[in-house]
Design a protein around this ligand. Structure first.
Ligand SMILES: [Zn+2]
Length: 485
């Protein structure tokens, strides 16, 4: 059963180019099976999630104009009240208790009460032509644009959007507004001080939804049929990109389950958010991913058992070592007895403790290197370099020019060069700049431990259970439908 989404997926323009490239990559040379093979479903779960103002999106993606309902919650109610006052009676001016009389004033005293009127932007329209269509003289456009810097935003018109006008009986423009998207409306209201610009952002409700798909031809086709937006399909491919080569590894029959966030305004999905949990079965092997924010505020995906998904770098090149000196821009050097920056991290460990390459790369130096003693320098792509100093010796085969894998032993802890005791001096360079390898900014892989792992499991188990439950419900439903045919 395929239940199509009520809303077309959301495609930010900037992603369109990437989309076509990746779509080509992800499509498979597989036999095309009937679409009835595809199980697709979306349901809404009402998990309480943390909502954040930062999630408010200001993309101008939505070309479908939605009629603006004028209810009392409308940010424009004020203006309507204002104009009521103009038409309903001047005595309201000196009325002390406006709140009491407000209800009476709402009732139209005159039949011709100003109301919002919309002009839909057509091809080739400018603000001037739209104003002309609304019957406003050219001078008003000038007044509007001259009123503030923000007002210039009204010149960015999208075909299909509606520009709404509130015009008084005297033919004067009292208000102007454009609903830029489901989440954003800009308006201009005439006050005693002139036009005042206002932007209203709608904070969408964050809900969660489940989707399940089975791959028959491509990840994109299956994802779309499961009701996933382009962004979510891309996000899923990125999440599992460390484990699955989506260009080569996908097979017909691969499956995925996703629990993701959807942003809802007035019961309608206006956008999607993050993937909270996902499972991908590739050639019979199951991969899981759960989104989690650790205590340092870093958000990334972990496997359902709390282990890290493989990343560009493992953070620690020495297992079970103690950090004896952190990265700093100035400290007293123990041997030189001078203030010197320590542009790396020291790991104290017994002589002979193995040192691992923190990422895939190529050895560009392996030898004596001044104060570093026996050191290895690894180049990772064009951006990153890691440096390992004070080694007692190098691992077999480690020399300039050889490729190394993440986690491969490249040498052993020692105290060669300027070292007071056995330790590894480890450096991380990004585009030639020294970076603190312990900083949260790098694409690191840290497994969860202790209370963090407990918190993670408490969050993960209901998500995985939900996924399991949703899937069996869905499959049972599909089976029932097949039997009825
Ligand atoms: Zn050091």
């Amino acid at each position: 059963m395929t239940q199509s989404n009520q809303k077309a997926p959301y495609y930010p323009k900037s992603h369109l180019l990437a989309a076509s490239g990746v779509a080509a990559l992800l499509s498979l040379a597989l036999l095309v099976f009937p679409s009835s093979e595809v199980e697709a479903k979306k349901t809404t779960l009402n998990l309480e999630l943390e909502n954040g103002a930062d999630r408010i999106v200001q993309e101008k993606d939505d070309l479908r104009s939605t009629p603006v309902t004028e209810n009392t919650d409308s940010p424009f109610a004020q203006i309507e009240g204002q104009s009521d006052k103009d038409s309903a009676g001047k005595d309201a001016e000196k009325e002390e208790n406006k709140a009491l009389t407000a209800t009476n004033e709402q009732k139209p005293a005159t039949p011709a009460e100003p109301a919002w009127k919309g002009v839909t932007v057509g091809k080739g329209d400018t603000l001037s032509t739209v104003f002309a269509k609304a019957g406003l003289p050219a001078g008003v456009v000038h007044d509007v644009l001259a009123s503030s810097k923000d007002a210039k935003q009204f010149t960015r018109l999208d075909v299909g959007h509606e520009v709404e006008f509130l015009v008084s009986h005297k033919g004067e423009l009292e208000g102007l507004r454009i609903k830029q998207s489901d989440l954003e409306t800009i308006s201009l209201n005439k006050t005693a001080k002139g036009y005042v610009f206002k932007r209203d952002l709608v904070k969408p409700d964050l809900q969660t939804a489940y989707a399940h798909g089975r791959i028959d031809s491509s990840l994109f086709t299956a994802g779309k049929e499961a009701g996933l937006s382009h962004d979510l399909i891309m996000a899923m491919a990125n999440i599992f990109g460390y484990d699955i080569d989506f260009a080569l590894d996908l097979r017909e029959g691969d499956q995925f389950d996703v629990i993701y966030e959807r942003k809802v305004v007035n019961g309608r999905q206006v956008d999607t958010g993050n993937i909270l949990a996902a499972r991908f079965i590739n050639r019979g092997k199951e991969y899981t991913a759960v989104r989690f924010t650790n205590k340092t505020g870093n958000t990334s995906y972990y496997r359902a058992d709390g282990t890290s998904m493989r990343k560009a770098f493992i953070r620690t090149p020495v297992d079970f070592a103690r950090i004896s000196s952190r990265f700093s821009m100035g400290r007293l050097h123990p041997i030189l007895n001078k203030i010197r920056a320590h542009k790396g991290v020291d790991y104290a460990a017994p002589i002979g403790t193995p040192i691992k390459a923190t990422g895939d790369g190529k050895v560009v130096e392996a030898g004596r290197k001044g104060g570093y003693g026996n050191a290895v320098v690894i180049q990772h792509g064009s951006t990153y370099q890691t440096v390992y100093g004070h080694m007692s010796r190098f691992a077999n085969g480690i020399r300039s020019g050889v490729p190394v894998k993440q986690g491969q032993i490249i040498g052993y802890v020692g105290m060669t060069g300027l070292a007071t005791g056995p330790h590894l001096h480890y450096e991380f360079h990004v585009n030639g700049q020294y970076i603190d390898p312990l900083s949260a900014k790098l694409p690191m892989a840290d497994p969860l431990a202790g209370p963090e792992r407990k918190r993670f499991m408490a969050q993960t188990q209901p998500l995985m259970a939900r996924m399991e439950q949703e899937k069996s419900t869905l499959l049972a439903m599909n089976k029932q439908q097949q039997q009825q045919r």
